[in-house]
Write a protein that binds this ligand. Structure first.
Ligand code: UD1
Ligand code: CA
Length: 484
C-alpha cells in the first residue's frame, strides 16, 4: 500500500529525567544505535510523504542524527507535553491526510506492526487508532479504557482510579490519526495534570466524546512497544535488539556459541559457517566472510575479514582488514590501518598500526609494527620493534619480500630493508639494508676464558678475615673453621 497521504511524526523533544543523564533520552543507545535513529529507520520502509522529528532537548544533536536519514526537524521550546509537541509539528506538515505519531523512546517497534496499525486505521475509517499492548505489568504506562470494540480514553498512571489500575492494556504512544479530526480535538485539550502539560492522550477522550471512531489495535508482540524511561528499560531493550541480531545471523548460517554472551552491532555481516565463540563483540561495520572463526574474548570494530580467517582468543581488531586465510592471535592488537594480506599470520602479543603485512608473511610474537610495510613471505622475529616516532613525527619502515628479521631487532625509521635481506638478531638498524644483504648493528661479543673464577678469587680476597659473606660458599666457610 502506498503512503503518499501519510506523515510520520516522531516526538523526541523530551529530556528523559528518569534516566538521570546529561544526554537527552532519545540520544541514548540500544541495539547499537540511538533510540531516535532506530525509530526513524523502522518508519523508512513505509515510504511516507514526510518524516518530522520534534526536537527540543539537545535539538542540534538530535537533528544531526535524524536529518541524514531524510527526516525534517521542528523545534518545540519549551516542551509542554506530547500533545503540544504534535501541535508544534503541524507547522512543518505538508498536505498529509493521516499522521503516524511515535514517541522517540520506544525503539523496538517493527515496520510490520506499523503497517498493520495503518491498515486498521484506514479500513476502520477511524479518527484515531491506538497501538496498544496487553502486558503482565502495566505500571508506568497509560491505560486504554475501552467501551466494547472501540476505545474511549487513555488514562495516565498518575490519574488512574483503583478500578482502572487493573487494566492491563497499555498505550504504546504510537498512533495513527486522521488529521482533520485530530486538530480540533487537540485544541480542546487543557493541561489538567500536575505537570501542566498538554497530553496527546487526552485528545483520544476528546475525539471519542465527539462520537468519532477511536480504535485500539493490540500489538502481536508486546515487547515491541517497550518504552525506555529508565536505565533498566534501556538494558532490557538493548538485550532484545541484540537477540534479534544474533538470531538473524544464525538464520543466515552463522554458528554462535552461548549467544547471550555475544554482542553484535546492527550493520555487522557474516558469511556461512563462520563460528563466533562466547564473549565476542562484533561492532560498527564489521564484515566477516565464510568459514571464519572469532574465538572467545575477541573484539572487532569496523573490521573487514575474509573467508577462512582464524581470530584466536582475546584479540582487538580496529579499522583493519584481514584477507582470506589469515590467522591472528591469541592476544593480538591490530590498530587502525592494519592490512594483513592473504595467508598472513600475526601471533601473540603483537601490536600493529598502519601496517601492511604481505601475503604469507609471519609476525609470530612480541612485536610492534607501526607505519610499516612487510613484503610477501617475510618473517619478523620475536621482539622486533619499529621505532616509528622520534618525538615529533612518525616515519615509515619498509621491509621487502622474503626478508628475515632476527629476534629483538630495532628498526629505526625511516628505514628500508631490501628483498631477501637478513637482519641479525639483536640489531639496531639505523641505515637501509640493501637487497640480499645481511644487516648487523650490534656490539661484537668477546669471550674471556677463566675470567669467572679469577673474579671470584679476587672478591673472596677482599673479604675481612672471619666474616663470611653471601658470596662465600658453605664449603669454604667450613675450611675456614678447621684452620682456626
Ligand atoms: C507516554 C504516554 C503514555 C504511554 C507511554 C508509552 C503521554 C501523556 N503518555 O508516557 O500513555 O503509555 O508514553 O511509552 O503521552 N515528548 C516531546 N515533547 C514533550 C513531551 C514529550 O517531544 O513536551 C516526547 C519525549 O521525548 C518522548 C515521548 O514524547 O520521546 C514520550 O514522552 P514521555 O515523557 O516518555 O511519555 P511517557 O511518560 O512515557
Ligand atoms: Ca516514555
Amino acid at each position: 500500500m502506498s503512503n503518499h497521504d501519510l506523515a510520520v511524526i516522531v516526538l523526541a523533544a523530551g529530556k528523559g529525567t528518569r534516566l538521570r543523564s546529561s544526554l537527552a533520552k532519545v540520544l541514548h543507545r540500544a541495539g547499537g544505535r540511538t533510540l531516535v535513529e532506530q525509530i526513524v529507520r523502522a518508519c523508512e520502509p513505509l515510504k511516507a510523504r514526510e518524516t518530522i522529528v520534534v526536537v527540543g532537548h539537545q535539538a542540534e544533536h538530535v537533528a544531526r542524527v535524524v536529518e541524514p536519514l531524510g527526516a525534517a526537524t521542528v523545534l518545540q521550546q519549551p516542551q509542554n507535553g506530547t500533545g503540544h509537541a504534535v501541535q508544534v509539528a503541524k507547522r512543518a506538515l505538508g498536505r498529509a491526510k493521516f499522521a503516524l505519531v511515535l514517541p522517540g523512546d520506544a525503539p523496538l517497534i517493527r515496520t510490520e506492526a506499523l503497517k498493520a496499525l495503518i491498515a486498521t486505521h484506514r479500513n476502520g475509517n477511524a479518527a484515531a487508532t491506538i497501538l496498544s499492548a496487553v502486558v503482565a505489568d502495566p505500571s508506568g504506562y497509560g491505560r486504554v479504557v475501552r467501551k466494547s470494540e472501540t476505545a474511549s480514553s487513555i488514562v495516565e498512571e498518575s490519574q488512574l482510579t483503583d478500578e482502572q489500575r487493573e487494566i492491563n492494556e497499555i498505550n504504546s504512544a504510537i498512533y495513527c490519526f486522521t488529521l482533520e479530526k485530530l486538530w480540533p480535538a487537540l485544541a480542546e485539550v487543557k493541561p489538567n495534570n500536575k505537570h501542566r502539560e498538554v497530553y496527546l492522550t487526552d485528545a483520544i477522550a476528546a475525539m471519542s466524546g465527539k462520537g468519532e471512531t477511536v480504535l485500539a489495535e493490540v500489538a502481536a508482540d508486546s515487547r515491541e512497544v517497550l518504552g525506555c524511561n529508565t536505565r533498566a528499560d534501556l538494558a532490557e531493550v538493548d538485550r532484545i535488539f541484540r537477540e534479534r541480531k544474533r538470531n538473524a545471523l544464525m538464520d543466515s548460517g552463522v554458528t554462535i556459541q552461548l549467544p547471550e554472551t555475544v554482542l553484535i552491532d546492527p550493520d555487522v555481516t557474516a558469511g556461512e559457517d563462520t563460528v563466533i565463540e562466547a564473549g565476542v563483540q562484533l561492532l560498527g561495520k564489521t564484515k566477516l566472510g565464510a568459514r571464519s572463526s572469532v574465538k572467545t574474548g575477541s573484539v572487532l570494530v569496523d573490521a573487514v575479514v575474509g573467508d577462512d580467517v582464524k581470530i584466536e582468543p582475546h584479540c582487538l581488531v580496529v579499522e583493519s582488514r584481514l584477507e582470506d586465510g589469515v590467522t591472528i592471535g591469541p592476544f593480538a592488537r591490530l590498530r587502525t590501518g592494519t592490512h594483513v594480506k592473504r595467508g598472513g599470520r600475526i601471533g601473540n602479543f603483537v601490536e600493529t598500526k598502519k601496517a601492511v603485512i604481505g601475503e604469507g608473511a609471519k609476525v609470530p610474537h612480541l612485536t610492534y609494527l607501526g607505519d610499516a610495510k612487510v613484503g610477501a613471505k617475510s618473517n619478523i622475529g620475536a621482539g622486533t620493534i619499529t621505532c616509528n616516532y622520534d618525538g615529533f613525527q612518525k616515519h615509515p619502515t619498509t621491509i621487502g619480500k622474503g626478508v628475515f628479521i632476527g629476534s629483538d631487532s630495532v628498526l629505526v625509521a625511516p628505514v628500508h630493508i631490501g628483498d631477501h635481506a637478513y637482519v641479525a638478531a639483536g640489531s639496531t638498524i639505523t641505515e637501509n639494508v640493501p637487497d640480499d644483504s645481511l644487516g648487523i648493528g650490534r656490539g661484537r661479543q668477546v669471550n674471556k676464558p677463566g675470567w669467572a673464577s679469577r673474579k671470584r678469587r679476587e672478591l673472596a680476597a677482599q673479604q675481612p678475615p672471619g666474616k663470611s659473606s653471601r658470596h662465600t660458599s658453605k664449603k669454604s666457610r667450613r675450611r675456614e673453621k678447621k684452620r682456626r
